[in-house]
Design a protein around this ligand. Sequence first.
Ligand code: XIL
Length: 352
Amino acid sequence: MRRRDFVQGSLAVAAHAALQMPAANAAAPPRQIPYGSAVRGDALVDDPAYRTALADYCQLVVPEGGLKWDTVRPSEDRFDFYEGDKLLAFAEQNGMKMRGHTLIWYAAMPDWTSSIRGGKAAEKALTKHIRTVVGQYKGRVPSWDVINEAIAEDPRGSDYLRPNLWLENMGKGYIESAFRQAAEADPKVQLVINEYDIECVGEQFKNRRNALLRVVRDLRDRDAPIHAVGFQGHLKGEHEIDKEGVSSFVAELKAMNVDVLVTELDVIDKFLPSDEKQRDDVIAGRVTDLLQAISDANRPTAILTWGISDRYTWVPMYFTRDDGSPNRPLPLDRDYKVKPLMKVIDRFTARV
Ligand code: XIL
């Protein structure tokens, strides 16, 4: 079943790619900063308009779930690269690059991993996973989210890291180990620590930025290979961006020679007005504030949204609206029409 799906999926994607390239965008001015989107493997195969939109607008793609442990590691001794390989083929056929997401995350872990116990066993499992997965795409994937969401929800004092299998078994050194293993597996790749809720006004956001700075500084002090911080950028429409806080955070990273990128941008519109135009304008405004604050201190190396069209977004899984209208978190609407958010992205990637 899977094998047949794979062949059909690849053929569908490949056949499409051949038709694809002389796209509407051929005449659009090039971007200075690459723009990309997270991609769902099933929609990639099933929806030609989705493929067209990705090929038209994106220089980068990243699998939304296809490289997480619960997909790649059905069991301790198996690696399943069906989803990653499928998206990479689509990317390469259309002149795009694929980012990797993610090597270490507390979530999306298959059940069998709960039997990993003790420092040695954990180190061995982490090493095997990172070496194999990064090795699979060596030289073809230019950037990896090595660590995703390492910071505690509400960091206080010495409790600034989020509990996970690796922290429990290896202590905080798991972070350094992960970066070192990834660099060993592909020395040329951009290695990223990726985090959410670090952009807005408020004590908790500030504490989370400071905790993340602490992790990065610690890695730098130990000469560990970390190259960039990823702002996930799952913005909440009702929260104001802490422009000064973001700029000074990015400046501190720059002083350590650590870049930034935006990895999972979208705006959660649960509490925004029903009126679509008003809603879209608030969304565009929040993203403008974030991208301006980052760019004031350092140019992001890439900007990716967590999906490209409101047709395929994770937002309604957690943030459905009380008025029953569909969420509008992304740069294209459900019919692939451009929304104000896409114009903001065009501006900050310098496509004018
Ligand atoms: C989400 C996906 O979008 C969902 O489809 C999936 O069910 C759960 O994960 N932060 C991340 C992403 O780093 O990996 C998450 O993606 C969204 C929040």
